[in-house]
Each structure stands twice: as structure tokens, then as C-alpha cells.
Design a protein around this ligand. Sequence first.
Ligand SMILES: [Fe+2]
Ligand SMILES: [Fe+2]
Length: 272
Amino acid sequence: MASVPLLELKNNAINPDDAILLFDKGNHKVYWVGTQTGGDEIECNSYLILDGEEGYLLEPGGFDRFGPVFKKICRLISPKSITHLFFSHQDPDICASFPSWTKWNEDVKLVVSTLWTRFMLHYESRDLSGKAHTLNFLKVPDEGISVPLKDGSRLECISAPYLHSPGNILVFDTVSGFLFTGDVGAAMYKDSSFRLVIDDWTTHTQNMQGFHQRYMSSGRAVAGMNRKLEKLPITAILPQHGCIFRGDEVSRFMQWLGRLPVGADYLYPNVA
Ligand SMILES: [Fe+2]
Ligand SMILES: [Fe+2]
């Protein structure tokens, strides 16, 4: 029997210094382990999936976020038990902390689009003598890959190119039905209050609009993603910034994004 604490979450009852349990079924748990500083930088969501003895960390965060994310994870499992790091794309607010994680487990698998493995090396400080490096990439091609968990369940890596990155992956957890979407669904509020769930839909769309119009590449890329996702039993959408979408907010979000002029369509409305 699954317990889904995510459904009961209220922003004013969440302490962002804690790891927040979102889903719990037997040996399978999902936590928010993100950070909130109230500073000028964009706030980031990181997520931890525990499946039996193994930890899967999604969107590890920037160099500056290693400390707080690490501290939260150490309260739940040994950092050596993190077997996979998932990166929706190549940006520093997602990737820059990974060299700190590989120090704890040099066999950790780095799950990232095939497009970015040669760029990820630049986050490391290493000797430049041309020696082979030892990073253990699990490359995600456009066709996607499936990462098997216990009991036949899976973390499905789904390619959603140009949203916003050319090599962008979404991760679908077949146990919880959670879809981790990176920057898709990101929101930026002007005040520094902590929010992990949506209080008011209209206000939330206002705080998503500018980011999606400028960062997402085109309506065609959005339509392509929506088509790939239409048959998945998604119970929640968990972006890397802003709030989680729960229940019917999932389809509301996909419809909202499908109707919003974004990227090239927004910037060049009169070019055929
Ligand atoms: Fe990004
Ligand atoms: Fe981001």
C-alpha cells in the first residue's frame, strides 16, 4: 500500500531545511532534498529516490549546493549508497556539484544525455595530460533508456529535446508515477517565501510564464513532449525550480504549456 505525503503537503507546514518525504511504498521512497537560500540565485529542487539499499539522486545541484544536499542525504542513507546521479541537462545549477559526489563513490553512474558527456568533463578539476578519465556515464540517446529497479519497476529516461536544452531528459518513476521534468514547469516568484506546492493556480501560471516563453524553444518541441507523455500514468510533475504539480494540476500544466507561445514562436511571431 502506497502512502503519498505529497498530496497532503502545505507550504506553511514545510521546513525547507528538512528532507521532505513525498512518496512511500515498501522499500521505495521519494524525497525532496532541495535547497532554499532566499538569495539572488535561482532556488533549486533536488530529489532522492531510495529503492532498497540504493539511492538515485536527481538534479544534484550547483557547486554551492553540495553541502546542504549532502547533509540531508546523510540523514537518510550513506552517501556511498548513491549509485546514480541524474541530470536533466547540462546547466551548472544541476551539474556543478557532481565532482563532490564522485569522491564518495567513484563508480556512481552519471545519467545524462549523450549530447553532454564531453561537456560534463569541464566541471571537474583534473590533469589535462590526455589520460583517460574514469567518469561512469550512462548515456541517454534520443530513444531514451530504462534504468531497472527492484521488482521489475523502472526509472524511464525520456528524451524531450529543446525544452530547454537540446539534450534534455525527463525521468518517470514507474512506482510513484512521478515525472521529474528539469526546467519544464519551473516557476520563479519575486518574493523569497518557500513554496513546494501550488497555492493558487492563476498566480502560479503568472510566475511560470516569462521563464517558459524565453527558455523553452518552440511550440513544436512542447507538442512533441506532450505526445510522448500522453499515455503515461503521471501522478505528479516535479520540476527543478518552483512547485510540484499534483493530481489534476498535471494535465492543467500540460495544456497550459501547450497553448503558450514559447521560444522562437514567441520571439518571432511574424516569421513564417
Ligand atoms: Fe536549465
Ligand atoms: Fe534549472
